[in-house]
Design a protein around this ligand. Structure first.
Ligand code: SF4
Length: 156
């Protein structure tokens, strides 16, 4: 998996102070996408073990308390990303007590494959669906267009 940006302290992608990772790779080609540079799986730079370890360490850093991890892109649930994202979210749940996970994907919850669902089972908040330019509304919290749904999958 490749990534475009990692923000160790972020307050705009999800609730609270967070760590946020923007991954490479998206096959949805939404009209009006603001992040076209992330579409190619080959764009950005390699997500390696050191970066995975840093995210875990940042989430556990008591000096700046993070509420959790946000995963966006690109699409973290692109089939080519699922294996790496699954390993990451499994580590967060195992090693970062009390931290929540938010994930943005262009797939709808209903159309996810079994492999994608394995990831989503560990996600607390899923924002799903393609960006629809005709339904765009900048006043919507956490989503760009009104067809997208903020699924609060857990009580966190
Ligand atoms: S899902 Fe997101 S990144 Fe992918 S094309 Fe649509 S708006 Fe762009």
């Amino acid at each position: 998996m490749n990534v475009h940006q990692y923000y160790p302290v972020d307050v705009v992608n999800g609730e609270g102070t967070r760590c946020t990772l923007f991954v490479a790779g998206c096959e949805h080609q939404c009209r009006g996408c603001y992040n076209q540079s992330t579409w190619s799986l080959d764009s950005g730079s390699l997500f390696d073990q050191a970066m995975e370890d840093k995210i875990i360490a940042d989430l556990n850093d008591a000096r700046i308390k993070r509420r959790g991890l946000s995963l966006s892109g690109g699409d973290p649930l692109h089939p080519a990303n699922v294996e790496t994202i699954l390993k990451l979210v499994q580590r967060v749940k195992a090693e970062c007590e009390g931290k929540d996970i938010w994930l943005w994907t262009g797939y709808t919850l209903a159309e996810l494959t079994d492999a994608q669902r394995e990831v989503v089972q560990l996600v607390d908040v899923l924002v799903d669906g393609k960006f629809e330019k005709d339904l765009a509304d900048p006043s919507l919290p956490w989503r760009g267009s009104s067809n997208q749904i903020v699924h609060r999958l857990t009580q966190s």
